[in-house]
Design a protein around this ligand. Sequence first.
Ligand code: URA
Length: 228
Amino acid sequence: MERLDKFLCDAGIGSRSQVKGILKTGRVTVSGAVIRDGSVKVDGNNIYVDGEPVGKKGRAVVMLNKPMGYVTARSDENQKTVMELLPAQMRNWDLHPIGRLDKETEGLLLFTNDGDLLHRLISPKKGVQKVYYARHEGTATGEDVEAFQNGLTLRDGTVCLPARLQPLGAGESLVTVCEGKYHQVRRMMASRGLHVTYLERRQEGALTLGDLPRGAVRELREDEILAL
Ligand code: URA
């Protein structure tokens, strides 16, 4: 048994103060009776807000089309974080970013409240492929493509797994990697003299951004989660 107000917060109904207001205005029923007192103990059954049943949030995976200027962190004292882009109803879902995008990188960033899924998706052993669009100085050549295929060694000696470089023309390429080392794509490109000026993650496994606008968030469907 747990407190009704805590149950409603954990279910993503709102913050503590929002839940207090919702209770006060008589919008919550438990087994048919209006309950305004958040300290009432509940077992999670027969709880309704505005006539809609409320359950604890089960496994959730959420996709954000990250704009530049936000750091991938749960909190930061000085900088805006990706958590601030999640809508209010998702703030209590205990979501964690899956991997990270640099502050200036845009595009597909997933979050989940499922620890096992999180670890599976960031493990290089699982080889989940991530596709990036890069604008960069110079033009990628066949030699660069081959160097990526063979597994690059970065300037600090870090060895990368084989990756795919697809030149799109002058100053533009797609890069596909299956690991998530610090600044990986930028450092791989820099090791070939192709300094990245803009980076966007477009795909992770089978998932693409689709028509999700920049800055927007959507919850994945169960079939999309299974495909991950
Ligand atoms: N590689 C990078 O260099 N930056 C990112 O944000 C993601 C991959």
